[in-house]
Design a binder for this molecule. Structure first.
Ligand SMILES: [Zn+2]
Length: 332
């Protein structure tokens, strides 16, 4: 392997790893941040500093937008604000907010958000808000405040958060937050994929119960994120590709604890591949139907078996065996 190829492979693996850490954190946050959301914002913020006086730099977004007002409370103490209003979905208005130092990331996300919303709609449909608040943090403490966490690992590039879900109602308090160095660690294509992944979590939130199987939740978000981008199997799933060539394929669907384990990168690849397999062997509409049923509750292998019978007409054991066979055909 040439130096250049080795460098590319290293960079690709590193990006993938960071991406996976990102999505792993999202799950943790979704799981526990509900209580923290209840805290008043001031409890999470440092003392305002002098830059607050320049808060009139609010870009194109109307200062009266209540979503902007909410974000401003959190980020104004960290300096001047750049806010962009972006038309997404069927004439909805999304917001991209940050500080001047993150203008490059803000530009990329502003440009990407309409297409990302369309990409999610193409898979999930349009029955969700389609108006998203995206914030780019300028410092670790601002990042932690925006995702309602006491502190955030420097490895995390983005997170999506929401208020605790009240069944039968629309989710509230949803936002996607990018870390201060997401733009340095990810190129525009990486930011695009990450944005689509997080946006999928936002869109599906109303039909996703905490504790539902992560292979479905994360696999589906990754499926939507990569779909239609021309990414090759080996680029999306380098670890799984190697495993397939060594005949060391996983024997079962990924288990939830594995998503935060040492092989998290490979586990996310497996979850993506399960969803890619379903879309390929059956069709995308059945993948979506499977998501709706699997994500609706905590599951056991027995209840998953039942749902797989209903939606795909197969048993869980046959499903896993067929998925493994499909993997070998993708990696020859
Ligand atoms: Zn995720």
């Amino acid at each position: 392997m040439s130096d250049l190829r080795r460098l590319r492979a290293w960079w690709s693996a590193r990006r993938r790893f960071e991406f996976c850490l990102t999505v792993a954190m999202v799950i943790t946050l979704t799981g526990f941040c509900g209580a923290l959301v209840m805290l008043p914002n001031s409890a999470l913020l440092p003392k305002p500093h002098a830059a607050q006086a320049t808060a009139d730099a609010v870009g194109q977004a109307p200062a009266t937008d209540p979503r902007l007002a909410e974000v401003r409370r959190s980020i104004e103490p960290f300096g001047p604000i750049v806010a962009r209003q972006v038309t997404t979905g069927d004439g909805q208005q999304s917001l991209v907010v940050g500080h001047p130092a993150q203008r490059i990331e803000i530009d990329v996300l502003e440009r990407e958000l309409p297409a990302a919303t369309t990409a999610v709609n193409d898979v999930w449909g349009t029955d969700w808000a389609q108006a998203t608040t995206v914030v780019v943090a300028s410092s670790p403490s601002e990042f932690a405040g925006l995702v309602h966490a006491g502190s955030m690992s420097a490895e995390v590039a983005a997170a999506s958060v929401a208020d605790p879900l009240i069944p039968g109602t629309r989710p509230t308090g949803q936002r996607i937050v990018f870390s201060p160095d997401a733009g340095r660690r990810l190129d525009p294509e990486g930011l695009r994929t990450l944005l689509r992944h997080e946006l999928t979590h936002i869109a599906t939130r109303a039909e996703t119960r905490d504790g539902a199987p992560l292979w479905m939740l994360e696999g589906f978000a990754d499926y939507t994120a990569h779909r239609g981008q021309g990414h090759r199997f080996a680029d999306i799933a380098p670890t799984l590709t190697v495993q397939a060539r060594l005949h060391e394929l996983p024997g079962d669907l990924p288990a939830d604890p594995d998503f935060t384990g040492r092989n998290a990168a490979g586990i996310y690849e497996q979850a993506w591949s399960v969803c890619a397999y379903i879309a390929d062997k059956y069709d995308q509409s059945r993948l979506v139907e499977l998501y709706r049923q699997i994500a609706a509750a905590r599951q056991t292998p027995a209840t998953e078996d039942q749902i797989l019978h209903t939606v795909l007409g197969t048993s869980r054991a046959d499903f896993v065996a067929d998925w493994r066979n499909w993997l070998t055909t993708q990696t020859v």
